[in-house]
Write a protein that binds this ligand. Structure first.
Ligand code: GTP
Ligand code: MG
Length: 193
């Protein structure tokens, strides 16, 4: 990656940008590691702002990568301390984005590999499917579990989300960068279509 540019930031009331480059969106609950994953894919340490405090990303952020594609960092859902009204606004913003983005090529859904998917994760999964996309699941924080637990956790996630056999799930760690190449391969495959 040569150039990265945070090109557009949109809030609750902003109009969606009319992009002409393919978009790859990253969704998932607050603190699951969306911004960290985007940084890992960009090979940047702290371009997309990350934080141990959930709710860091509150806008939809479009990162222009090499003038070839966009990574789209979506705000996290399910953060308890955010007021209900704000949650609804974020939900609507994400909904609108999924429904009205002709250049959106792939939607990644990030879930924590240590836990069963939450009701919100499941809703998000269903919502992505409902909008005509095949969600690619990234099971984050892979470095936080033992190797011996991986299979079991992957099975829990696949079952909990109701994925079919050909659904893609990639275990990933922003610490070790494990899984990064697989994610890149997927993106490149779509870009080549
Ligand atoms: P919001 O912007 O609030 O929606 O959160 P986010 O999904 O963008 O999460 P973010 O990337 O900010 O990461 C949240 C916290 O988890 C940070 O403290 C990260 O350092 C940590 N984290 C993210 N990915 C990993 C990982 O793969 N392994 C470990 N050990 N920590 C991670
Ligand atoms: Mg974030």
């Amino acid at each position: 990656i040569k150039t990265v540019n945070l090109e557009t930031v949109i809030g609750v009331t902003s109009k969606l940008p009319e992009n002409h480059l393919p978009e790859f969106a990253f969704s998932g609950k607050s603190n699951v590691g969306k911004s960290s994953l985007i940084n890992a894919l960009m090979n940047r340490k702290a371009y997309a702002r990350t934080s141990s405090q959930p709710g860091k990303t509150q806008t939809i952020n479009f990162y222009n990568i090499n003038d070839a594609l966009y990574y789209v960092d979506l705000p996290g859902y399910g953060y308890a301390k955010v007021a209900l009204a704000a949650k609804e606004k974020w939900g609507k913003m994400i909904e609108r984005y999924l429904r009205q983005s002709p250049m959106l090529k792939m939607v990644f859904l990030l879930v924590d590999i240590r836990h069963e998917p939450s009701a919100n994760d499941k809703s998000m999964y269903d919502w992505i499917v409902y909008n005509g996309y095949h969600p690619v699941i990234i099971a984050t924080k892979l470095d936080k579990i033992n190797r011996s637990q991986i299979q079991k956790q992957v099975k829990l996630l696949r079952q909990g989300l109701g994925m079919d056999k050909d659904g893609i799930l990639i275990p990933f760690s922003a610490e070790t960068k494990q899984g990064r190449e697989e994610i890149w391969d997927l993106i490149e495959r779509v870009m080549a279509e």
